[in-house]
Structure formats: C-alpha cells, structure tokens
Design a protein around this ligand. Structure first.
Ligand SMILES: Cc1ncc(COP(=O)(O)O)c(C=O)c1O
Length: 388
C-alpha cells in the first residue's frame, strides 16, 4: 500500500516517545505522577451535564446539526463575548461553532494556505498551528518566543522576503506552554502589523478565562479595526472543564469565518445539538464554576512555585494558562532533566523542546493534577532533590 507524501512530512511525535517512557516506568511498578497533559482533572460542572442529559432526550436534537452552529449557541457565545470583553459580534456571519478549537485551528490552514505560502508561527507553541500548515502543503516561519522578550514574538524582525509570502500570523495568549500573557498594546501592534502586511491575524484564546493575580486577558477583537484582519478562537475545553465534549467557536472577520465554514461544511457536519445546548448553559450560567477552577489552579501554582523555588530551580509564576514553565537546572537539557525527575522521583514534566527548539532548556508542568497527587509529588521531589 502507498500512502500520501503528506504523511512523510509529519515529524516523529515527541509525545509518543514520552508516552512510551512513562508506560515503561509504570510497567516497572512506578506510580508515576504526570504533570504532562493539560487536561482538567475536575469534572464538568453538574449544571452543564444536566443540560446535556435533558437535551439528549429530545428527538429534535438527534438530527444533523447546523454547519455553522445552532443559532442558540452562537447567540450565547456572542452574549458571552459582549459580557466578557465588551465586543459585539454578529452571530449570523461573524461566528462559527467548532468541534473543539483544535479542529478549527487545523482547518484554518486549509482555508488560507496554498503550497508556497508561509504561516508565521511562534515557537515554542501548541503544535497544531505548524501541523495544520504542513498538512496544507505550506511552510511555517517560526518566531522564537524568549524569556528576554516576555515570550512575545519580534514581529518587526521578520524579513521582507518572508512577509511577501506570509498569509497568516498565529498568536496565543495566555500562552501554552510558557504561561506568558499579552497586554492590549501588544495586540494593537499585532493588528497594525497584520494590516500593514496584508496578513490574517488568528488569535488562539483558549486560556482567556484562566488568569491569576488580577490579570484579565484581553481579546484581540477589542482592538479598534481588528475585525478587518482578525479572527479569534475560543474553546469551552479548559474554561468549563469540557475537553471531552469537543466544543468551541471562532469569531471575527466575516470573510475569514466564511472561508473556514466552506472547508468545514465539506469535512464535518457540526456538533451534536445537545452538546451545543449544554454549551449555552456553560456560557450563560457557569461563571461561578470558572472562578472555582481558577482558585484551584492558583493554589496549585503557588504550592508548586514555592516548592520548585525552594529546590533552587527557576519556575515561572504564570499570570495565565494552566502551565508552569520551569527553567532546567544548569548542566541539563530538557529531555535529560525530564528523565532525571522521572527516574528519581517518578514524576513527569514535559520537555520544553517538544513545543519547538526555543523550548530547549525548559520543562512544562500542567496544573491539572489532583490536589492530593500534587502534595504527593511535592513530597517526593523534596525528598530526592532537597539540597542541604
Ligand atoms: C493553546 C491551545 N489551543 C487550543 C487547544 C485545543 O483545545 P480544544 O480543541 O479542546 O478546544 C489547546 C489544547 O490543549 C491549547 O493548549
């Protein structure tokens, strides 16, 4: 059998290697505590599950859903954007439902890029921006995110040759994996840059609701005129502990939304109506659950940051996202340090270079580990790594 050349372009998946390593440890009887995957450990709030059960029983919800999302869902999402960011979006043409934002992000590449085109992709980053680009037959031009630059890309340093072929700029703040946040003035500069260079600005705002210490994450659509060039991706996954439900939405420039819709109508047939109506319940009525989750993540962040600091290591203290970005101690690289922690303490941190070459020298810890396991991991790390 022969497969597409496209598959040959997909690099070996570092996460598969990592899974193997963890599986080996488990097979040896080690009770591994993994800070790897960013998948909320706390269940979806009851009110959302109850609404799903109610709606799942209604025969009218059993048929094919609307391609662009139920009007009720798009209205709820636009009400939420208005309440949260003061942004008004027309739910009939500036919004589309997504089967999780990952799906929309990957399909954006098919809507925008042809072979020979360039996507401007920050790194380290969520892998889907670059993988979508690759599957569309286009190229990623990587923009390194470095601690010295606040993990923001240097847009003005991009060469004119690259800009001439660039069609889309990806951004993601609060950021996975670095936990960095961006202020409004950065988004203003990004919108101006995108307009000047005739580039689509795609902002992945999956962690907009998970912020700490008074920081409130902006939407790119709050920038005046952003709608000329920008779309924003939102996800209910992390906000409402709904990763398994597969629901999110994209909003912004109506032509870009329409282009994404054209790809999607030919590939998927929308989200189960009952899930969309449960999404309406989440967006309209579940702010108290979001606040409770943010409180839980903040406590875990504080516990881990103080432990890691006491071990002489240098963790970030993120203002957003569910990730701590930890600089590896001198003498280690990312994979070496991750292996050391796994071998000696049975604790797993993801090597930073899994997210791009500029992630070398860091590991990522996800805060989605239950409290008692966080305590257990802290005990083990203290025992093994405490100096003096
Ligand atoms: C930055 C970022 N964007 C998007 C997603 C995808 O979320 P979902 O497809 O569950 O909406 C994730 C998931 O980890 C993420 O970290």
């Amino acid at each position: 059998m022969r497969y597409s050349r496209r598959l040959d372009r997909i690099p070996p998946y570092l996460f598969a290697q990592i899974d193997r390593k963890i599986a080996e440890k488990k097979a040896q009887g080690v009770d591994v505590i993994s800070f790897g995957v960013g998948d909320p450990d706390v269940p979806t709030p009851d009110g959302i599950v109850d609404r799903l059960c109610l709606e799942a029983r209604k025969p009218e919800n059993h048929r094919y859903p609307s391609y662009f999302g139920l009007p009720e869902f798009r209205l709820a999402a636009s009400r939420w954007l208005e309440r949260r960011f003061g942004v008004t979006v027309d739910p009939s043409c500036e919004m589309i439902s997504l089967m999780g934002s990952k799906e929309g992000i990957a399909h954006m590449a098919l809507a925008v890029l042809d072979p020979g085109d360039i996507a401007l992709v920050p790194e380290p980053s969520y892998p889907v921006y670059a993988m979508g680009t690759l599957l569309a037959g286009a190229e990623s031009h990587f923009l390194p995110l470095e601690a010295s630059g606040g993990f923001l890309p240097d847009l003005e340093g991009i060469s004119t040759d690259v800009l001439a072929r660039a069609k889309i700029l990806w951004l993601n703040y609060p950021n996975n994996p670095t936990g960095a946040v961006a202020e409004m003035d950065f988004f203003e500069r990004a919108v101006e840059f995108s307009k000047r260079n005739d580039i689509i600005l795609a902002h992945d705002n999956a962690y907009s609701e998970i912020t700490y210490d008074g920081f409130v994450a902006p939407s790119v659509l709050q920038v005046d005129g952003a709608r000329d060039v920008a779309v924003e991706f939102h996800s209910l996954s992390k906000t409402f502990n709904m990763t398994g439900w597969r629901i999110g939405f994209a909003c912004g420039n109506s032509d870009i939304i329409d282009a994404l819709g054209t790809i999607k109508t030919n590939i998927d047939s929308g989200i189960f109506n009952a899930v969309q109506l449960a999404g309406v319940e989440a967006l309209d009525n579940r702010q108290q659950d979001v606040d409770r989750m943010v409180g839980i993540y903040r406590e875990r962040r504080d516990l881990l940051v103080s432990l890691l600091t006491s071990l002489g290591w240098e963790p970030s203290r993120p203002l957003g996202s569910i990730y701590i970005w930890l600089k590896v101690p001198d003498g280690f690289d990312s994979v070496g340090f991750s292996e050391q922690v796994l071998d000696r303490a049975g604790v797993f941190f993801t090597p930073g270079n899994a997210y791009g070459p500029s992630g070398e020298g860091f590991v990522r810890l996800s805060l989605t580990v239950p409290d008692e396991r966080v305590q257990e991991a802290i005990g083990r790390l203290e025992e093994v790594f405490k100096v003096g």
